[in-house]
Design a protein around this ligand. Structure first.
Ligand code: ATP
Length: 231
């Protein structure tokens, strides 16, 4: 029976992880369990050198993520975007993964509702669902946009209507569904952590202790901005 098949399934959790914190890690782990996917990959995004936080290169961001994931078999690190030179677009990453994995693997790209609303400005955004599913994480009680939810939401609303799917589709179909997933976010942000460090205050208990140690050892986010270790 076609609908009884169970595909290998891989979900991707992208971000700048500058630095990675418990909000990211809990979200990725809870999503992996809720979606029932085989793999959840953390995908640090490349940034042009001039847009990096001063003193914090892609290499540092990757290293902090690697440290955070040490001993964690549920989450994997996928470094492909950091290895690519120049601008990185999600659509290119998904094309690369699709070429690598073939057609019969389910791929799901996870994003917040705020990212979904900006989707029409993404490079070749119409192709994303030809390559993967999109999992849109909303806070409990939030709604996906519909046709009359406001100017600029029309294209997204059409996409949502056309592709709406269930979590079960992520395991039975390789691509093409837009799945809504409600999840509570821990009130932690990387911006706040960077600010605490720059102010000489402690971000302890907002991120793994080993990541904090790495930040201290390398004097990251101190505001010195010497560009040390830039890619
Ligand atoms: P910044 O403060 O620098 O904007 P951030 O903490 O929001 O960073 P990003 O690296 O931009 O982190 O986010 C990566 C992904 O993690 C995004 O999909 C974002 O929606 C999600 N995310 C960020 N903070 C949290 C959180 N507290 N709980 C769950 N998910 C989060």
């Amino acid at each position: 029976m076609a609908d009884a098949r169970r595909l290998r399934s891989i979900a991707l959790f992208g971000g700048t992880f500058d630095p990675v914190h418990f909000g990211h890690l809990r979200m990725a782990l809870e999503l992996k369990e809720a979606l029932g996917v085989d793999e959840m990959r953390m995908l640090p995004s490349h940034r042009p050198a001039h847009r990096e936080t001063p003193g914090v290169s892609g290499a540092h961001r990757r290293e902090m993520l690697a440290i955070a994931l040490r001993g964690c078999s549920e989450l994997q690190l996928d470094e492909r975007e950091l290895r690519r030179a120049g601008d990185t677009y999600t659509v290119d990453t998904l094309e690369e993964l699709r070429a690598e994995l073939g057609e019969e693997v389910s791929l799901a790209f996870c994003m917040g509702l705020d990212s979904l609303l900006t989707l029409p400005s993404w490079h070749r955004w119409e192709h994303l669902l030809e390559l993967a599913h999109l999992v849109v994480v909303t806070r409990p009680g939030w709604q996906l946009p519909h046709r009359n939810s406001g100017p600029g939401h029309e294209e997204v609303a059409v996409l949502v209507e056309r592709h709406a799917g269930e979590v079960s589709h992520l395991l039975s179909e390789p691509r093409g569904r837009l799945v809504l997933r409600e999840q509570t976010l821990l009130p932690i942000s990387a911006t706040h952590i960077r600010q605490l460090v720059a102010d000489g205050r402690s971000p302890r208990f907002l991120l793994p202790a080993a990541v904090l140690q790495y930040i201290e050892d390398n004097q990251l986010y101190t505001g010195a901005g010497d560009g040390a270790g830039q890619n």
